[in-house]
Design a protein around this ligand. Structure first.
Ligand SMILES: Cc1cc2nc3c(=O)[nH]c(=O)nc-3n(C[C@H](O)[C@H](O)[C@H](O)COP(=O)(O)O)c2cc1C
Length: 289
């Protein structure tokens, strides 16, 4: 699939085929599903969500129905001709290969590897270049479609992790997953979330995502898919200037699905006013100035 346009990010409304189809009808150019694992998983005890400083902290805990039960949801999208990226996770290399072997039979357009959810057991994978290499390499050997590696800003050396993913054959990097965060209830004097720690998303993480996309774009050859706090068309332009070929939108959808059309029309206007004919002309140019 072409790595361009504005996509639904993993985990936000990406659980049932019919809701994902609605997001596509609202203007998303491709849909990334919720991350799916080998077996059904309940997730963390509540509360699993709280708001903070204009963003959201979640500790959902990778709740999902298991890969076998997900075939029907993907086929809703495939039947409607909607590009779909299956997001998967695995608690070991062997397990993620099992998941993609099954998921591949659903014919997704690409597979996104969640190597980095900050409030689940898989949090550490994308902190480690060698482990990241093993995961990406094993999946690339198992399937014959594009594979994207999703990284975390919680790793101090995410550029080395990105380089490892590239060396292992990743077709693109997705940056970033949520930022490890927590809130404390001052009346109860204890953490708000059931899992205590969660992942921050939305506007507060936007500058962090821009930094990561910029660093990765300037160190790697493969395309970067930018995600993190994108809420307006101006954010999307900034993300492209930093180096994102495609952009995913998650938390901004809490304010409505019109966000995709707003981003796309704002970008069309910007390109026209600035004298560009295609968005590809602005990707990564901030790093050349
Ligand atoms: C409620 C919620 C659930 C999420 N679930 C997943 C998930 O299953 N897999 C994944 O890779 N990322 C997941 N994410 C992270 C998003 O895909 C995205 O990387 C992050 O939220 C930053 O983008 P945003 O600020 O546009 O939301 C989740 C985020 C939220 C808010």
């Amino acid at each position: 699939m072409k790595i361009e346009g504005y996509w639904l990010a993993s985990g936000i409304l990406g659980v049932t085929g019919s809701i994902m189809q609605r997001v596509s009808e609202a203007g998303a150019d491709a849909i990334v599903t919720k991350s799916i694992g080998r077996t059904p998983r309940k997730g963390h005890a509540g509360p699993i969500l709280t708001t903070s400083h204009g963003g959201v902290i979640n500790a959902v805990g990778l709740t999902n129905p298991g890969i076998e039960a997900f075939a029907d949801e993907i086929s809703v999208l495939k039947d409607a001709g909607i590009p779909v990226i299956l997001s998967v996770f695995g608690l070991s290399v062997r397990e993620i290969v099992e998941v993609v072997n099954i998921g591949y039979t659903f014919h997704p357009d690409a597979i996104e590897l969640n190597l980095s959810c900050p409030h689940a057991e898989i949090a550490q994978i994308a902190h480690n270049p060698e482990l990241t290499y093993e995961y990406v390499r094993a999946v690339k050997k198992a399937v014959d479609c594009q594979v994207f590696a999703k990284l975390t800003p919680n790793a101090s050396d995410y550029v080395s992790v990105g380089k490892s993913a590239e060396k292992a054959g990743a077709d693109a990097i997705v940056a970033i997953n949520t930022v490890r965060a927590m809130r404390i209830d001052i009346q109860q004097q204890r953490p708000v979330l059931g899992n205590k720690v969660g992942g921050l998303s939305g506007p507060p993480i936007f500058p962090i995502a821009v930094r990561c996309v910029y660093d990765l774009y300037n160190a790697l050859e493969i395309p970067i898919i930018g995600v993190g706090g994108v809420t307006t068309w101006k954010d999307a332009i900034e993300m492209h200037l930093a180096g994102a070929s495609a952009i995913q939108v998650g938390t901004a959808l809490l304010n409505g699905m019109q966000v995709f059309e707003e981003i796309k029309s704002g970008i069309r206007e910007y390109l026209k006013e600035m004298g560009y004919s295609h968005v590809s002309e602005i990707i990564g140019i901030a790093g050349r100035k």
